[in-house]
Write a protein that binds this ligand. Structure first.
Ligand SMILES: Cc1ncc(COP(=O)(O)O)c(C=O)c1O
Length: 418
């Protein structure tokens, strides 16, 4: 690969995260284990903010990408808001110190208790995705004498993003309301008690590398906001969601300055503040998954390395066919091609197929790169495997910010008669 991600560098023949050797973490904390770099997160946030300088803009970190509260605290300190999509994420964000006024609550299927919580916390904005949800929110708001500030998530019919499952801006997905229904819904929102429409919202997908879809969505949302204003409804915010792409092979990725240029132009033309909800771009290159080789074996010509982590810890290779480079912690040149697989009883359980690796030995440590986003948060207990520990590195210190689960904890909620 071209280079290591933001969170890693090589020192004396070994991969380090900031000032800490990965081997030290592997020995002390055990594997599998997610390792995040606070400095990398801070650096990426600064770069993102810089790209939008000059546009009235607020960043709402998308909690779904990585919800560990230690990272949420870093984003809060940096001045970000939080974009949440469930009651659990809302509570996490609040416990990490975000005020309700710094939280956007989205999601296609919010339950009554989730809408209630959004009202109780008086969140900055609720992004609603259907007429029924809007009416339900209005009733709940009236019942508690509150007002919900809302944006309607519109589906702009723009197809962008990586895997089919990460494309959300076109009509073959469940997200948002149809573009042609949007204006009527804003009319309704303006009439409903307990509702104050303040913005328009879209999220077109994830792993988007081209700036063109963002230019289009900004322009279309700007025009829509203009048309809604012409009906006497004063909107102030234009929320373009997240989705900024991160290449896993090194390289620069999406040109955020160009997205910033489009945002500067549209916010100036329509006198709106742009809201962005990035997740992956901020955290994917800031984290790795640390694992050990358990067994090396051949099936005919095919070389396999079986590790102690797999699709239960990092589902992205199997679920999205995502390529996550696997690097040996003790550096050595690649000499062979092998499949690096997990211990889960599924043929689709792998980390990397056809991976160029050094000749590995059992016990060797591996780093699975770009695992800071949609890694731990999508992990499961399949095969009754406790979920991995999480470690945050800051300078030459590290701390466990979530310990490994125990097998007892996995069974604790089960209620048996005996
Ligand atoms: C509404 C919304 N906003 C923001 C995001 C964050 O996307 P990403 O992590 O690609 O930036 C998502 C991801 O699915 C989303 O659904």
């Amino acid at each position: 690969m071209d280079g290591l991600p933001d969170c890693l560098h090589e020192r004396e023949g070994e991969l380090c995260c900031e000032g800490v050797r990965l081997s030290e973490i592997g020995t002390a904390v055990g594997t599998p284990c997610y390792v995040y770099s606070e400095t990398a997160v801070r650096g990426r946030y600064a770069a993102l903010a810089e790209a939008f300088v000059g546009a009235p803009c607020r960043v709402f970190y998308s909690v779904k990408a990585n919800h560990n509260r230690a990272l949420l605290r870093v984003f809060r300190e940096l001045g970000a808001g939080a974009d949440v999509v469930s009651l659990g994420e809302l509570i996490r964000a609040r416990r990490a110190g975000f005020a309700g006024a710094d939280i956007v609550f989205g999601g296609v299927g919010k339950r009554v208790d989730e809408l209630e919580a959004a009202l109780a916390e008086d969140v900055f904005m609720v992004n609603v995705e259907s007429e029924s949800e809007l009416r339900a929110l209005s009733e709940l708001a009236v019942a508690r004498g509150a007002t919900a500030r809302v944006a309607v998530r519109v589906n702009p019919g723009i197809e962008a993003g990586g895997h089919a499952y990460t494309r959300t801006g076109h009509y073959k997905t469940k997200f948002g309301v149809a573009w042609e229904d949007a204006e009527a819904l804003y009319e309704l929102a303006a009439r409903l008690d307990g509702i104050e429409p303040i913005g328009v919202d879209a999220h077109i997908g994830s792993q988007i590398f081209s700036t063109e879809p963002y230019r289009q969505v900004l322009q279309r949302l700007g025009e829509l906001a203009g048309a809604i204003r012409a009906r006497g409804i004063e909107l102030r915010y234009l929320d373009i969601g997240g989705g900024f792409g991160v290449p896993h092979e090194g390289g620069a990725g999406i040109d955020l300055r160009a997205v910033g240029d489009a945002a500067r132009a549209v916010t100036a033309e329509y006198k709106l503040t742009v809201l962005v909800e990035p997740g992956r771009w901020l955290v994917a290159p800031a984290g790795i998954l640390l694992a050990r080789v358990l067994y090396a074996k051949n099936l005919g010509d095919q070389r396999y390395y079986v590790t102690d982590t797999g699709s239960n810890d990092l589902v992205r290779p199997s679920y999205y066919s995502a390529h996550h480079p696997v690097e040996m912690v003790q550096r050595a040149p690649a000499t062979e091609v092998a499949d690096v697989v997990g211990p889960v009883c599924e043929a689709g359980d792998f980390l990397a197929l056809g991976c160029e690796v050094p000749a590995l030995r059992e016990g060797d440590l591996l780093a699975v790169l770009y695992a800071g986003a949609y890694g731990f948060v999508m992990s499961s207990n399949y095969n009754s495997r406790p979920r991995a520990a999480e470690v945050l590195v800051s300078g030459d210190r590290y701390r466990v910010v979530r310990r490994r689960e125990t097998i007892e904890e996995l069974m604790a909620a089960e209620e048996l008669d005996d």
